[in-house]
Structure formats: structure tokens, C-alpha cells
Write a protein that binds this ligand. Sequence first.
Ligand SMILES: [Zn+2]
Length: 460
Amino acid sequence: MSYFRRRVRRRRLTIFILIVALLLGTAIYFLVRSPGPQQTSGNPMMTLEPEADRTPRPLPTFEPGQAAPIIDESQWDGMDDATLKTAALSSAYNLVDQGKVSEAAALLEKAAERLPGDTDIADILPRYQKAAAQEQELEPYNGLIHHLFTHCLIAYPDLSLELGGAAKDLWIDCITPLEFERILNSLYEKNYILIDIHDIISNPSGDGENYEFATLELPKGKTPLILSFDDVVYDSKKMGRGMVDKLVLTEDGKVATYTKLADGTEETRLDNEFVPILNQFVWDHPDFSFKGVKGTFCLTGFEGILGYRTQSDTPLDREAEKAEVLKIVARLKEMNWNFASHSYGHRWMNKRDIDLIREDTQSWEDEVEPLLGENELVFVWPYGDRIKPGDPKYQVLKDAGFRLFCGVGGKAYNLPESDGTLFMDRGAMDGTSLWHYQNIYSIYFDVDAVRDPKRPNLDN
Ligand SMILES: [Zn+2]
């Protein structure tokens, strides 16, 4: 066959294919575009079923105090990728909060199979697997239990700095969100693990009198650490100086902060207080927490708790304030936060007479304990001003049920007292330690490395 004839044949074939394609295309176009009259007149068989499948399945609504929703793979069908991811992550977080890290890891493994291109899930999955594995290798721990504390964070450092001397106390007592996050990263890298303060005390005889430090069962190679947070009043006298106004719940069940700024702007945020920051840190690093434990709120009562004015002389609607804060307390408990007493009035207790200690303790039991729903065993001395066993004022607190007392001291110190109660010191994460405790705190973090560049040196 000559070259010329081959070319003619090829051209004929090409024209033939083009005509067939054109005819097919036209036929398909008219079939799709012009359905028969009976099909446009509302035949229910022709409603667009697949459209329903593409509509994201709504996530369950959240009720504080109810069990947090767990949406496992049996409910994932029909979800788009973004909804499935949100459902899988929030369910994993809820499982971690409940201390069920193995279930959380299994759920994320299935989510990673369904969403193979998702880097967020791929990034955290190994930490979930590690947390699940480390729970299988527990060993007894009898050594020192470490305890660090701070106050509410300086949520708005720039605002606070603009006030100069008027907000100086904040920079002495408090740290910034950046410093808190850096400290958490260091504690995590140094193999500390968060534990519940109530798990460290035991009463083997069950007499309610003779307490000892419990032998803990912890993942191998981890050092137990308690994080506690003092006051958390959001005192009305301190508002507008750099702290948030109160804690609130978001629609998806997160604990956030609410602040009304001087210009009237209202902000709800998850990045400027220890509660949302530590929650997210544990969700991202579940191997940093034993059984999903977060921290301890050391609460006073003279101006309510958590930014809600629940005190007896409140200028606001007390019942409404109580109703709001009860939802937050319920949610915090679900997320494995716990509570301690920091007295009602936050006074120097050694200087005060016994009648005031009695009155103060009674006020705490009347106004704060009912919001927490249980009798509290842990008492944290205001200003670290410790009263020792044998003092009649100490007996007042024992009679109120307190058994573990916490002070302030940089070096970890656990002391069983002769009367069957317990004492432990707590290292302060505050302005003083971030400038001066380089050596003592090197087992926790490098103070120079965690210090916020915005932090003023108050010595100068
Ligand atoms: Zn305090």
C-alpha cells in the first residue's frame, strides 16, 4: 500500500469516528436535557436522591453534663470529608477526656483509612498510638510527685503593657499564653505526665483519718505532675487589665473565654487562657496525660467562680449566674478537670483569728462546694501562708474534710504529716520564677527559653 492511500484511509477513519462521536454526543445531550413530560411533572421516583447523600450529616448537638458524643465509623457513611474529619477528631478528643485513649487511637486509625490524604490526622495518629501503647506498660511509682501552679493567664499582654505600673502585679503573678504553651511543650519533652491530685492520696484503713501518698501505677519512664491554677475568679476589680472576663461554652462543647474589650468588642477565644490551651495540648498529645487528666482549679468564693458572680452578696441575678456556671463545671469535669479549695476570702490565714477561719471555711462550704457537687479533700493555702498541724486553726480545716494541703515552694516536696494529713509544695510558674529560677526549674523548663519577649524585667 502506498503512503498516499494509507493517508486517505486514515483520514476517512478519522472522519467516521468524528461523525459517530457527534451523533452520540447529540443523542446524549437531548436525552439529558429534555426529559419526557411525565418526568418533569413531579414523579417522586425522579427526585434527586444522590443530592441527599451529599448533604453533610449534622453533628450531634452538645449538652453539658451529658455524655460527650462519640461518632464512630458506624455513623460516618454519607458524611463529606470535612464533616467526617470533624466528627472523628472531636470524638477522639472526647474519648481522651474520658480516659479511653485506646478507643480514641482505634477510631483515628479508621479515620486515617477513610481520609488517607489528611495530614492533621496523620500527624496526631502516632501520638495516640503511643499513648494507647504506654497504658499497656504500667509500673509502680513511689518517687516524688511534682506540682506546678500558675494563675489566670495574661490573655492580652499588649493591653496589659499599655497600662504600665497599673498592671505590674499581673506580670509578677501571671504568665502569658505563649509562655504557658512553651512550658507545656518542655514538660512534655521531659516526660512528665499529668495526673489527678485526688489519685495521689490514699486512706488504706478507710478510717478517713490516716492518709498517705498513694503508690501510683504509671506508664514506664514517666514522672507524675500535677498542674493547678489558683483563684480563677476573674475579679471585677481586675477587669480590663489583660485577663479575660469569664469562661464560656461554645456550641460544639469547648470551654472558651469571653471578654468585652474597652471599645465594646466582644471576643470568644480558644487561645488565650490555660483551659482551652491545655485541653488542646492534651488532645494533640494524649501521651502527656494519664487517663485524660488536665488540671486542678483552686477556687475562692468571695466573688464567685470562673467569672460568674455566685457569691451571696452578688449584685447580679445569683440564680442565673449559678445556672450558667454549673454547665461549665459539668463540662470541665467531663474533660477531667478537678477542683480544690483556696479558701473563700483569700486571706493571710496565720494572721487571722480562729473565728475568721471558721467563718471563711463555712462560706466556702455554703457557696462554692455546692457548685462543685462534692466534698473537697484538697486545700491550697492562700499566698502559700501555711498553718501546721496541731494549731487549732488547722483543725478547723480538718473538720471541714480537707486532708491534703498545698503550699508554695519551688522544689517538689511531699510530706506525710504526723496527724495523718498530707502536705505538698507547688512550684510557681510566674514572673519571679521566669526571671530568677533558672537552676531550680531546669528540671521542668529553661526559663530563658520560655520567657515571652514581651515580658518586662521588673528588676530594672
Ligand atoms: Zn491565690
